[in-house]
Design a protein around this ligand. Structure first.
Ligand SMILES: Cc1cc2nc3c(=O)[nH]c(=O)nc-3n(C[C@H](O)[C@H](O)[C@H](O)COP(=O)(O)OP(=O)(O)OC[C@H]3O[C@@H](n4cnc5c(N)ncnc54)[C@H](O)[C@@H]3O)c2cc1C
Length: 490
């Protein structure tokens, strides 16, 4: 059956807009005409440089050559995030991308580890995760059968440029102009067209709102509504600053606590990305800027940029003929580098549900239901870091420790505390990560699964040693991350 081409209009050319543009042009080639409108006068948010492993699969879907991508975006490999001072001052742990230890059919590895710990024969939980140990050793290589899970640190503006090239090669039309007006159809309130400041009218069938925090289409025109989550995720500001790199790029992001939030350090091939996230009820902008400047090791490449945000989600990601992606759809906060992941999930979901001739409300409802499920799981995971802390050394951390958290998160914490059990819910993103972060933050289960008692103490010790030995065996031949980058990104 012959379908007319759908006219897809993407408003905004940040990471969200260009990821969507590359995906639609490359994967829906004959079915869509894609136009992207961005305003170089307005610019992009300019941050968002740490990712999680799902991006590897997104690139595979788009048939992107990894070496070309890494060379173009000056990317480095990322094996996890090192959380410094989150449990208490001077303590750090790594949330790594792999699985920890070896589970049995009856229960997860944490039960064996917990018993080993009570017997004094287990070391740090992180010592049993290949990716975590490789990150600390500063090593990296691609291993057969995805043997080492990884993501990337990338230069956001170069990434947008890289994707733009792919999309334009595949036939995308780009317009550099400011959208002045969103015109709605009088009969059903769907978006009909966009009026640009150069006088053009751009009509479309489907509009993708990637205009950032403003949500020009989804909120300002369609008044979709926003659910505020700042009572759970109180940080609402960031200052960001790039600096010269003067040490070997480590294959992990650093997340370092301060008295009113945390800061990130992201190593790229050519520079560092740094930022300080804070709640401005507890810290002034001037204080944030001066703390960031003091913490940055290399010379600054520009003055710090201040960004305000509100954590929460758009009530509908898909409203009428508009789908919001990226910051226009809501924002958790950057702690677990999940925003780019949510963009790609939105794109893939939309590709799967791509409307034929007309938009069925049931399809939009299903899209919104899946999006809500997904973001709520990630929200809970991020709140966990703030809530489960032994820090009470500032009003901000006292607030975090004592805040009420969503019932879904209380349940998980209680289950883990009492039994050490963690169950993955539906298609949720995080799995082993829950154990890693709960234990890393100092939440020790009272007990463990009786199955862990089926081994004698000697057998358990052998088992735990075997896991570590296996990690060392895999790690020994790996080059340093720096060496590997040099040869891979030539
Ligand atoms: C402090 C901070 C740190 C972050 N760190 C991470 C991280 O480490 N990892 C991660 O995954 N995510 C991170 N994020 C989120 C990430 O930055 C975004 O998800 C990503 O950059 C996508 O942004 P965007 O494309 O939605 O918006 P933007 O980059 O803001 O792009 C908006 C686009 O819309 C255009 N536009 C707006 N209004 C108009 C108009 N009227 N006319 C025409 N064009 C218009 C702009 O010109 C721009 O092109 C972070 C976010 C913040 C705030």
């Amino acid at each position: 059956m012959q379908h007319n081409k759908q006219r897809v209009v993407i408003a905004g050319g940040g990471t969200a807009g260009w990821m969507a543009a590359a995906a639609f042009t490359r994967l829906l080639q004959d079915r869509v005409d894609v136009t992207l409108i961005e305003s170089s006068d307005i610019g992009t948010v300019g941050v968002g440089e740490a990712t999680i492993p799902t991006l590897v699969y997104f690139h595979k879907l788009l048939n992107i050559n990894e070496q070309e991508f890494m060379a173009a975006t000056h990317a480095t490999f990322k094996l996890g995030i090192q959380f410094e001072g989150w449990r208490k001052p001077e303590h750090s742990y790594l949330h790594a991308f792999g699985n920890t230890g070896k589970p049995s059919w009856a229960c997860g590895f944490q039960h064996f580890w917990r018993r080993g710990q009570s017997l004094g024969i287990a070391s740090d939980f992180g010592d049993y995760c290949l990716e975590g140990v490789a990150a600390k050793a500063g090593k990296f290589a691609h291993l057969p059968h995805n043997g080492l899970n990884y993501a990337f640190h990338l230069d956001a503006s170069r990434y947008a440029g890289f994707l733009r090239k792919l999309a334009e090669q595949a036939g995308l039309t780009r317009i550099d102009a400011k959208i002045d007006k969103v015109n709605l159809r009088p009969d059903d309130g769907f978006i009909d067209s966009l009026t640009l400041d150069d006088g053009q009218h751009i009509s479309g069938d489907i509009f993708i709102d990637c205009t950032g925090f403003n949500g020009l289409l989804i909120e300002q025109a369609l008044h979709t509504g926003f659910e505020d989550w700042s009572h759970w995720l109180p940080c609402n500001s960031a200052v960001a600053m790039q600096s010269e790199i003067h040490q070997r790029p480590q294959p992990f992001t650093r997340s370092v606590v301060h008295q009113a939030g945390w800061r990130w350090h992201i190593p790229l091939q050519h520079r560092m990305g740094n930022g300080l996230v804070y709640c401005h009820r507890y810290m002034s902008d001037d204080e944030a800027i001066s703390q960031l400047k003091v913490s940055v090791e290399g010379d600054a490449l520009h003055e710090p940029k201040l960004i305000r945000f509100q954590t929460g989600r758009r009530l509908k990601q898909w409203n009428r003929n508009c789908i919001a992606l990226g910051l226009a759809s809501g924002f958790l906060e950057p702690l677990e580098s999940t925003s780019i992941h949510l963009i790609q999930q939105g794109i893939v979901r939309l590709l799967r549900m791509f409307p034929q001739a007309q938009i069925e409300p049931s399809v939009a409802d299903e899209y919104n239901r899946q999006s809500l499920n997904e973001i709520e799981h990630i929200r809970d995971f991020i709140i966990l870091h703030y809530y489960v802390t032994q820090r009470s050394d500032s009003p901000f951390w006292q607030h975090c420790q004592s805040m009420e958290v969503p019932a879904s998160l209380s349940h998980r914490i209680e289950l883990f505390k009492q039994t050490g059990q963690v169950f993955k819910q539906g298609n949720e993103l995080f799995d082993d990560s829950w154990q890693q972060v709960m234990i890393g933050q100092g939440l020790m289960p009272k007990g463990y699964h009786p199955f862990a008692d089926t081994l004698s103490a000697d057998e358990l010790q052998d088992f735990l040693e075997h896991v570590k030995h296996d990690i060392q065996r895999k790690l020994a031949p790996l080059p340093s991350h720096e060496q590997y980058l040099k040869s891979y990104c030539q």
